[in-house]
Design a protein around this ligand. Structure first.
Ligand code: ZN
Length: 422
């Protein structure tokens, strides 16, 4: 009991901080701001420097910087001073809403001429993107790397050290000179949703740096540590640049026509479905035949082991596809859609013409639990273009069901799944 009382005391007296990038927050934000177009820098004026020097740290400084703490708070959880989700991802619908909320605050502040408020909210958005892409935030549930260190036993000199800080901290410069920030949406709903998918790629990139950084720390090779940290920081800066650029465009209602055109349709074959918890595909979620249960983006697994290109028979000839998904039977994939953005969904459904020749599969597209379109295809049938209305749909689901005798031949492919605006 004493132990319990003591831990309760600790929990009450010390907020559970999950600090991300320390100093590098500034370096990443500054690198992103540098590549903004001149007109945006002009609008931001004196706030530009403050963003890199101070506002990108607002979510970490909520206890010491009480004046600015409110810019990292949500109306829906007024008592939560330190919003953990601004530092670590949880579930997709939750962190999408947080991204959307703070982007909306920034845009609304810009539209009502409150530049100081806007810059502070932008700082909070920068912080969230940077923390999610920190090499120290890449292992779900292992924020201090006590678990990862069991796989990678530390050297004598590093024993007992909490690795979170050493993995992400450092004093280095970041530059993305020449990078042209991209418009993520012409509404906040669209922009936050596109930002979330950019952030998923950023998390995977950061995750590829974590182990090399730990190994470099063990070797006390500082140069190597920084090399890998910068790999994460560089992509983080690009995503931050896209986000800030987009918030400024939305706030000032200034868009380039060719960028608007690019946003009219988006292929989602590379996006993470809701089932990809914590940004990876846990195998037990998917175990099914074929593919050993692994849905794959951009490839199909021959015999469950060998990645080969996605291929479908279109009309009378075979065609390869880069954007698409191969998946097993009976394990649907669910994609969260942004509110009031897309009108239609199109996808080419079919079986791999060689691997799947003996298969027979039912392809079903559903929206919020209602079947939108469905078709049964044989392995020798040409691919079928499915089209459906998705206006108002929040969750789009792609499901496959075996309808034949040879489950091992159900090499089903969703090629170029595409959301289209009106
Ligand atoms: Zn943080």
């Amino acid at each position: 009991m004493r132990h319990l009382a003591f831990s309760t005391f600790l929990a009450l007296s010390t907020p559970s901080l999950v600090l991300g990038w320390g100093e590098p927050h500034h370096a990443i934000t500054r690198a992103a701001l540098e590549v903004l177009p001149a007109w945006q820098k002009e609008v931001l004026g004196g706030e530009l420097k403050q963003l890199g020097d101070k506002y990108c740290m607002i979510p970490d400084h909520v206890f010491s910087d009480k004046e600015n703490a409110k810019y990292a708070q949500m109306e829906s959880v007024p008592n939560e001073v330190y919003l953990k989700i601004l530092h670590l991802p949880t579930q997709q619908p939750e962190y999408l809403e947080v991204m959307r909320y703070f982007m909306e605050q920034a845009v609304a502040s810009l539209r009502s001429g409150k530049l100081g408020d806007a810059a502070r909210y932008i700082g909070t958005v920068c912080h969230q993107i940077e923390d999610y892409g920190s090499p120290s935030h890449t292992v779900p549930g292992d924020n201090m790397f006590t678990l990862l260190q069991q796989f990678l036993p530390p050297t004598e000199a590093m024993k007992g050290q909490l690795m979170h800080g050493p993995i992400e901290n450092g004093d280095f410069k970041v530059s993305i000179e020449g990078y042209k920030p991209a418009l993520l949406g012409n509404t906040v709903n669209e922009a936050a949703w596109r930002l979330m998918h950019r952030v998923h790629d950023e998390i995977l990139n950061a995750r590829s740096t974590t182990v090399p950084i730990m190994q470099a720390l063990y070797k006390e090779d500082k140069e190597d540590v920084v090399k890998h940290q910068k790999r994460a920081a560089t992509m983080d800066a690009q995503v931050v640049a896209d986000a800030v650029y987009t918030m400024m465009c939305l706030g000032m209602q200034k868009f380039a026509a060719e960028e608007q055109e690019l946003l009219k349709r988006v292929q989602i074959g590379g996006f993470f479905p809701l089932e990809a918890a914590s940004c990876y595909y846990p195998q037990q979620q998917f175990f099914s035949s074929p593919n050993w249960g692994h849905p794959r983006s951009g490839v199909i697994l021959e015999g469950g082991t060998k990645e080969i290109p996605l291929k479908l028979c279109v009309g009378s000839s075979n065609q390869e596809f880069k954007n698409g998904i191969s998946a097993g039977m009976g394990k649907p994939l669910t994609f969260l859609l942004p509110k009031d953005v897309y009108a239609r969904f199109t996808v080419l459904a079919g079986l791999h013409p060689e691997l799947g020749a003996k298969g027979r599969v039912e392809f079903t597209v559903s929206g919020d639990g209602k079947v939108l379109t469905t078709v049964i295809l044989n392995g020798t049938d040409p691919a079928k273009l499915l089209e459906c209305d998705v206006a108002g749909v929040r969750e789009l689901q792609l499901a496959l069901t075996s309808r034949g005798l040879d489950a091992k031949s159900n090499y089903a492919i969703w090629a170029e799944p595409t959301l289209v605006k009106n």
